[in-house]
Write a protein that binds this ligand. Structure first.
Ligand SMILES: Cc1cc2nc3c(=O)[nH]c(=O)nc-3n(C[C@H](O)[C@H](O)[C@H](O)COP(=O)(O)OP(=O)(O)OC[C@H]3O[C@@H](n4cnc5c(N)ncnc54)[C@H](O)[C@@H]3O)c2cc1C
Length: 441
């Protein structure tokens, strides 16, 4: 997909855009439009920018609402971060290394594609020869078919059809599926999984890199994007909840918790759970609203544990197939937060409703088993995101950024057809919605 540069300021004829939601999608749309000289107001209901990828405070420590991981394949996200001035110094980029506490390890060497993948699988620890051969055969066959599937099937069915043995499923495919799609393989859309594999593992060598934020998630993109917006004389309003969008003679009237705004265009960049509340009742929007309201959601629980003296993990990101947390992250190694670990339970059905203290104890005990110690954390903080991502299921029909109303647009991870709910889909959708508006001016 071409990355369009809109830095050329264009004269507008009284147009103005209200963007509802200051997540990564809304802030990317706002930055693109601001650079193009379009008057923009962002209304964010919460006190912090970033939405589902934002800073949360725990005492004087800046944590995130969930540990996030980006890939080298997130071309538009990394481009957007760099363009807002928070590029390399804020990012920790490493060659792909997937390892588990029971000794399995897949490391991408510095070879050109596809040799990096062949060497990574051939040299993997914890996989039998049959496992490696099956994985290589599947990747070669998928590459030959352009990573396309004729029918919508689950990831589980795909892996069965390609006769993937239990070992390679447990060590590689199942954790990758849950990490990338936040949906269990039995329910996850194989086509979207293949898009992720095509663009990361099977892409250029650098596309499989793991990229971590060295600062908190609000500081890495949404806040620098807000500076771009404000520097161009536009507004970003926090704690400003949009209550209603109504069609007016000049475009729209937007009712917020702080007053009313008139504008010619609206981008609804809320999460999919809240979009229907604003869209319902607008003319011709019933089908889209029903489609969004029909999406199911998956939760993610992040358990932060602090140890004093610190526990250092053998790597910055270590898997544990035994669970409940599928991955542990060493926050000290990643962003210098001494003593802090993050345990992430993705597709957390059955966990998200539990008491936070109980979750902290369970993951604390898991940490002892996984890394062989008997230490107790000195502090813990649990963040439960009940609707972390939409459930990425086969045959899911997603709306695009355009709606039947020519001046009303959607943005958000759920509108990007190729990818699961990720920062990359959010940023892509923000760019697409802004581009769609620029086409109308
Ligand atoms: C715990 C967790 C871990 C994740 N891990 C990863 C990961 O490792 N890698 C990855 O790529 N992705 C990950 N994701 C997914 C990623 O965070 C999301 O896909 C992305 O942040 C979605 O951005 P968005 O802008 O589309 O939506 P949102 O972030 O949901 O933004 C919507 C914004 O709209 C605001 N809003 C809603 N209603 C209103 C209203 N009426 N008025 C004003 N404002 C309103 C909300 O407050 C919010 O700020 C994770 C998500 C979670 C929750």
């Amino acid at each position: 997909m071409a990355y369009v540069d809109h830095r050329v300021t264009r004269a507008t004829r009284g147009e103005s855009v209200v963007i509802v939601g200051g997540g990564w999608a809304g802030m990317q749309a706002a930055a693109v439009l601001s650079r193009a000289g379009v008057p923009v107001t962002v209304c964010e209901g919460g006190p912090v920018l970033g939405g589902r990828a934002r800073r949360v405070r725990f005492g004087n420590v800046s944590l995130d609402n969930g540990q996030h991981l980006m890939l080298g394949a997130y071309r538009e996200t990394l481009g957007a971060i760099a363009e807002c001035g928070a590029g390399q110094p804020g990012l920790d980029r490493r060659r792909l290394r997937l390892e588990t506490c029971d000794g399995a390890r897949i490391v991408c060497p510095a070879l050109p594609s596809p040799f990096h993948l062949v060497a990574a699988l051939a040299g993997a620890k914890g996989l039998s020869v049959a496992d490696k051969w099956a994985a290589l055969r599947m990747m070669a066959s998928l590459r030959a078919s352009g990573f396309q599937l004729p029918d919508p099937v689950s990831v589980e069915r795909l892996l069965r059809d390609f006769r993937q043995p239990a070992g390679v499923r447990r060590t590689l495919w199942d954790p990758l599926c849950v990490a990338a799609l936040n949906t269990e393989p039995g329910k996850a859309d194989a086509r979207i999984f293949l898009n992720v594999l095509r663009d990361s593992l099977a892409g250029a060598r650098a596309a499989s890199d793991l990229v971590f934020a060295k600062t908190d998630l609000s500081a890495i993109f949404p806040e620098p994007a807000a500076r771009v917006v404000r520097d161009r004389g536009n507004a970003v309003a926090l704690t400003t909840t949009v209550r209603a969008i109504d069609v007016s003679t000049s475009g729209f009237d937007v009712t917020t918790s702080r007053g009313r705004l008139s504008c010619t265009h609206v981008i609804c960049a809320t999460d999919p759970a809240r979009a229907p509340l604003l869209l319902d009742g607008l003319p011709d929007m019933q089908r889209i609203t029903e489609r969004i309201a029909g999406m199911r959601h998956e939760s993610i629980v992040t358990v932060y544990l602090a140890y004093d003296p610190p526990i250092r993990l053998p790597g910055p990101m270590i898997g544990d197939p035994a669970g409940p947390a599928q991955w542990f992250f060493d926050r000290d190694a990643l962003n210098g937060q001494k003593g802090w670990l993050a345990g992430v339970i993705s597709a957390a059905d059955g966990w998200h409703a539990r008491d936070r203290a109980e979750l902290a104890r369970s993951v604390g005990r898991q940490c002892q088993r996984a890394f062989g110690h008997r230490r107790q954390p000195v502090a813990s903080h649990v963040v439960t995101e009940r609707r972390a991502t939409f459930a990425c299921e086969p045959g899911l029909e997603r709306p695009g950024v355009r709606t039947p109303l020519p001046r009303l647009f959607l943005a958000g991870d759920y509108t990007e057809p190729e990818y699961p709910a990720t920062l990359e889909s959010a940023v892509r959708s923000g760019t697409r919605s802004a581009e769609a508006i620029l086409e109308t001016l």
